[in-house]
Design a protein around this ligand. Structure first.
Ligand code: TXA
Ligand code: MG
Length: 324
């Protein structure tokens, strides 16, 4: 069973485990990550095993500095501008992998690109102290909702990892925005913690939203944030027995009879809603309800990423929960 330690003592404990080739759960500003030395194949394998993650799904390499990023990836001028503007922070850039690379091929699933992010806080400090990038997916079983608290990590992965560093609830609450520059095009591979409009403003060009028929990033499998309950979106009227995921000050019809209600943000604030999203889905799921009804959430700003995660939570289950 994982030992949970507070962030003050957590740094040394995590560094010791990372040096020993273990995978440890640590908070980033977005969600908790399950981190391991990205140059150590056995350590990276522990991540895939603990999560039950398919090996074809590549991981993000977390770096301490732009210099560390440049040792593993090639930067075009636009990617460099975005890194300088948004790092450290919730932006991941998909870049050409430097060849030969110290990054273990399990991290990139054998692709010739690597997803790179400089996070804020302890993960960045650990990469700095280790002197190497940290591979870290979200700290949840594959196909499940990302963990935004140490308790959620413990419930899900506690039996399979040695250490959880508890930094409290993560401030952003949604995973990083993933962007890729392709020639003159700027592609949004995953909406996330940086508002797409801010990226467009910094880039001076529009983000394209590819709708790949085949899976471009396996994390984009439709059903990827699956609670056990069915999820019904854009609900105007709650049906008997449903639990309600609410947003804003006005309630859907029939809300008074809902089996349970959690409001993402009473004030209708999208940052607050992003922070609360995964814990709210988990809390409603724990009530044992058959269906979670979700009130409409506006699509602008962080609402794009919130609606993306909700759509995945509602998608037909193409994967048995936890099976991949
Ligand atoms: O906020 C975050 O991004 C969190 C924290 C821990 O950093 N990490 C995270 O990792 O969400 P993960 O593994 O749950 O999601 C990373 C996504 C996956 O969908 C993966 O397929 C995609 O990034 N990805 C990784 N490398 C890629 C690559 N070379 N090209 C395209 N997509 C890639
Ligand atoms: Mg994930």
């Amino acid at each position: 069973m994982a030992e949970t330690v507070a962030i003050a003592e957590g740094f040394d404990a995590a560094l010791t485990q990372l040096r020993a080739g273990q995978a440890v759960a640590v908070p980033t500003e977005t969600v908790y990550g399950l981190a391991a030395d990205a140059t150590d194949g056995d350590a990276v394998l522990r991540i895939f095993e603990a999560k039950g993650r398919p090996r074809f799904n590549p991981l993000i390499a977390h770096v301490a500095s732009l210099a560390m990023a440049r040792r593993i990836a090639g930067f075009d001028p636009l990617s460099l501008r975005l890194a300088e503007r948004f790092w450290p922070g919730p932006l991941t850039l998909v870049l050409p992998l430097t060849q030969p690379s110290a990054i273990h091929p399990l991290v990139t699933a054998g692709l010739d690109t690597v997803a790179v992010r400089m996070p804020r806080g302890i993960v960045r400090d650990l990469a700095e102290a280790l002197g190497r990038p940290l591979a870290a997916p979200s700290a949840n079983s594959s196909g499940r909702i990302s963990a935004t608290t140490a308790e959620a990590v413990a419930d899900d992965l506690g039996a399979r990892i040695p250490l959880i560093v508890n930094g409290g609830p993560t401030p952003v609450g949604l995973e990083s925005t993933i962007v890729k520059v392709e020639g003159s095009r700027l592609l949004l591979l995953r909406p996330g913690g940086v508002d797409a409009a801010e990226i467009e403003a910094a880039a001076g060009q529009a983000l394209e939203r590819p709708r790949p028929k085949h899976v471009q990033a396996p994390g984009m499998l439709a059903s990827h944030y699956a609670p056990a309950a069915a999820v019904r979106l854009n609900v105007e009227a709650v049906r008997p027995g449903e639990a309600l995921l609410a947003f804003g000050p006005r309630r859907a019809q029939g809300a008074a009879a809902a089996a349970a209600i959690v409001n993402l943000s009473q004030a209708g604030d999208l940052h607050e809603a992003a922070r609360n999203l995964f814990a709210a889905l988990q809390a409603l799921d724990r009530t044992g309800t058959a269906t979670i009804a979700v009130e409409p959430v506006p699509a602008h700003g962080l609402g794009e990423a919130i609606n993306d995660r909700l759509a995945r939570a509602a998608a037909p289950r193409d994967l048995p929960p936890g099976a991949t």
